[in-house]
Design a protein. Structure first.
Length: 87
């Protein structure tokens, strides 16, 4: 049976690493790892393969939700009116 504190610690480490690598790449995995740790702690998950499957599903769902909520909206572009090197 996997230890819940390992999953939660891994999630916190991934969330901290997200600060160094912005772009929501690791945040979905961090949310998935913490949620998997919580499910293990609650006794709903008892084996490593099920924990890995839960991590994958929760991480993908978290990434999709974060992308929709905080990602670039469709049609949003940057328009530069002047070059910073021009005087």
């Amino acid at each position: 049976m996997p230890a819940a504190w390992i999953w939660i610690t891994a999630g916190v480490v991934l969330a901290f690493l997200e600060l160094l690598l912005p772009g929501f790449y690791l945040l979905g995995f961090a949310i998935g790892a913490v949620a998997t740790g919580a499910l293990i702690w609650a006794g709903l998950i008892g084996s490593v393969p099920v924990a890995l499957l839960a991590l994958a599903v929760i991480a993908i769902l978290a990434w999709v939700v974060l992308r929709r909520a905080l990602g670039i909206r469709r049609g949003q572009t940057r328009i530069w009116h002047r070059d910073i090197n021009e005087n």
